[in-house]
Design a protein around this ligand. Structure first.
Ligand code: PMP
Length: 360
């Protein structure tokens, strides 16, 4: 009708339709200001309400306790690979669980600033599984324990909060934030790039326990300093104003839909439909081990590279896009974040069934 297609991109990815419609309606004249949000001074009263409102709605939706700050920082999720060790490596060593490409990149960056200890790694199995609590080799004197809660490329997800005693938990939730309730009080720091479940690209949201901020380090880049960022309400310099506004609309949409509990139900529904089909199929196979499967990124293949190519080509002709898997895994990947309608997954499964029949 409006020409929109089912977009299975890993990120930037589909946005909720009501959010796009609201942004369109507010495009030319935001609430009587006579201008769009992107033309507005970040020091204006209008923008104050937007940036504070964005924090308020996130705090409600994620049930973030008062002793945590919410920061909006530029540089995407990757900038946090540097910011986290710079701010949190106080004695100079941290534990990292390597369950995918982004955790590996984060560890690589952290090595510039201190000692990285590998608490667990599934690299030898091409990151098809998530370690259990028993498999974590933890140092009780580490400055923090770092893990990537959902591995976007490999289609695996941690289904528990690691227990680390007094060692602060640090999690990259770029690809599963806002998809389920999280007990924030168990974490020292949670961060997420915006462009999957929260809005357009251009920033990361950092949720940090106040007592972890403010460790002085010589030569700290000014824009990576958590304490300064908190002190300046994420506006030491010009913030990504439009991205923050869009994220506020997305969080408001989550709230109106019934919050992260409702998002979790929908995510379970979408992903279990797809996994049930994969497990019953004679052609398609899931790439990740069953106990570690992600509710957000579903990786699968036929086992035949030519057939995978044919699948991707025909899926585009059928009105879907971005089903090609990441080169580190091959095959296919369906990213099914909050904004993906259940009908989109039904449509995909229907297409897969037909493809299987035609390619026996
Ligand atoms: N962490 C995860 C889990 C991701 O999926 C991504 C991007 N796909 C990143 C980090 C890096 O994000 P960015 O491109 O925003 O730096």
């Amino acid at each position: 009708s409006d020409g929109r297609i089912y977009n299975f991109s890993a990120g930037p990815s589909m946005m909720p339709l009501p959010v796009l419609e609201k942004a369109a309606a507010q495009m030319l004249n935001y609430e009587g200001s006579g201008m769009s949000v992107m033309e507005m001074s970040h020091r204006s009263k209008y923008y104050d309400d937007i940036i504070n409102g964005a924090q308020d709605v996130l705090r409600r939706v994620l049930n973030i306790p008062d002793n945590y700050k919410i920061l909006f920082m530029q540089g995407g999720a990757t900038m946090q690979f540097s910011a986290i060790p710079l701010n949190l490596m106080v004695t100079g060593k941290a534990d990292y669980a390597i369950t995918g490409n982004f955790a590996r990149n984060a560890a690589k960056e952290a090595r510039k600033f201190g000692t990285v200890q590998i608490a667990a790694t599934s690299e030898a199995d091409n990151f098809t599984w998530i370690p259990t609590q028993d498999q974590l080799n933890l140092d009780p004197t580490a400055d923090y324990f770092y893990f990537c809660a959902n591995n976007t490329i490999f289609g695996t997800e941690w289904h528990y909060d690691p227990e680390t005693g007094n060692v602060p938990l640090v999690a990259d939730m770029s690809s599963n934030i806002l998809s389920k309730p999280v007990d924030v009080s168990k974490y020292g720091l949670i961060y997420a790039g915006a462009q999957k479940n929260m809005g357009p690209a251009g920033m990361a949201v950092v949720i940090i326990r106040e007592d972890l901020m403010g460790h002085y380090r010589e030569n700290m880049p000014v824009l990576l300093d958590f304490a300064l960022t908190a002190d300046k309400n994420s506006m030491y310099n010009t913030p990504p104003t439009y991205t923050i506004y869009m994220m506020k609309l997305v969080a408001e949409w989550v709230e109106q839909m019934g919050g992260v509990e409702a998002m979790a139900k929908l995510a379970d529904k979408r992903s279990s439909m797809l996994y049930e089909f994969l497990d019953s199929s004679e052609l398609f196979k899931g790439a990740a081990q069953k106990a570690s499967r992600s509710r957000m990124n579903v990786t699968f293949r036929t086992g035949d590279d030519e057939l995978d190519k044919k699948f991707i080509k025909e899926s585009i002709e059928a009105g879907m896009t971005n089903l090609k898997g990441h080169r580190l895994v091959g095959g296919m990947r369906a990213s099914i974040y909050n904004a993906m309608p259940v009908e989109g997954v039904e449509y995909l499964i229907d297409f897969m069934q037909k493809f299987e029949k035609n390619n026996k």
